[in-house]
Ligand binder design. Structure first.
Ligand SMILES: *Cc1c(COP(=O)(O)O)cnc(C)c1O
Length: 275
């Protein structure tokens, strides 16, 4: 998509001032809780905008840019939104990503900032190819950050590499993927454990991710500081922060309940928004 198209896309996108205010207040509330639970550490808030219209993202991003980190789950949806929104957004893909979507995504979205859900060497190779192809076409100074997704709960339906295979995957990314930067580890965890955890008890999944991080840095001879932990969503981000998370992914608390995938709209047109 050309710069001109992109500019047009931004120009025609309407931001409802009332909605913008609600969203800004919601983010403010989350940031306040983050600062309460993080003990003063610097923490990244990813606003998870999947299935929400681009208008909501623009309302939060603003000009000059206010909030910059946004997370999406579906490659197609991210690609479409990225094409119509400012390049100053730092996109994260946080959902289970199919191997065949990796190369096009890394190649087509220059401001894709992080892929949080790498769980096979094949996916990292495909992302590497896409990023290398993009680097050939344009000046790219930054590597594409990737997180190794770890299946800490052992649930069959969760994606992520098993803890025992984490070192091998991380090593592969570091040694074989020069256009990627292994930035950390990510987990989603079991809902039941998230519900069961209180300020007094630790969430087992978060304990496991920390343990895996300690093992990986030891095995690879790198610093713990070089591998961030991405854990915590709307229901459990404060618990995750108390257990050392560097990055939280919060959707519902900021944007409200999500529509079903079949009803989701990439962009709201003016008439619909007036309802
Ligand atoms: C959707 C999603 C989130 C955000 O979930 P909320 O409960 O809406 O905050 C976080 N992480 C991942 C991997 C997701 O898929």
């Amino acid at each position: 998509m050309s710069e001109e198209n992109q500019a047009n896309g931004e120009e025609t996108m309407r931001v409802d001032p009332q909605r913008a205010q609600v969203l800004a207040e919601n983010v403010g509330g989350v940031l306040q809780k983050i600062s309460g639970a993080s003990g003063g550490r610097k923490v990244r808030l990813i606003a998870v905008s999947k299935l929400k219209p681009a208008n909501d993202i623009l309302a939060l991003h603003r000009e000059p840019p206010q909030h910059v980190h946004f997370g999406e789950n579906y490659a197609q949806e991210l690609t479409e939104k990225a094409a119509m929104l400012p390049r100053t957004i730092k996109w994260h893909i946080i959902g289970a990503l199919q191997t065949n979507k990796c190369k096009p995504l890394a190649e087509q979205v220059p401001n894709l900032w992080c892929v949080s859900s790498v769980d096979t060497a094949k996916k990292s190779d495909a992302l590497e190819k896409g990023r290398a192809a993009l680097a050939e076409k344009q000046e790219l100074s930054e590597k594409l950050r990737v997180l190794a997704q770890i299946n800490t709960s052992g649930e069959a339906e969760k994606s992520g590499v098993e803890p025992k295979d984490a070192t091998e995957l991380c090593k592969h990314i570091m040694e074989k993927c020069p256009h990627l930067q292994l930035a950390g580890l990510m987990t989603i965890g079991a809902i039941a454990r998230s519900k069961a955890s209180t300020p007094e008890t630790e969430n087992e999944d978060f304990v496991t991710l920390r343990t895996v991080r300690d093992q990986v840095v030891k095995n690879l001879g790198i610093e713990a500081n070089d591998l961030e932990l991405s854990m915590g969503m709307s229901s459990d981000f404060e618990a995750a922060l108390r257990q050392g998370s560097d990055e939280v992914r919060v959707g519902t608390t900021i944007f409200g309940e999500r529509p079903q995938r079949k009803d989701a709209k990439i962009k709201m047109d003016t008439t619909e928004e007036k309802k």
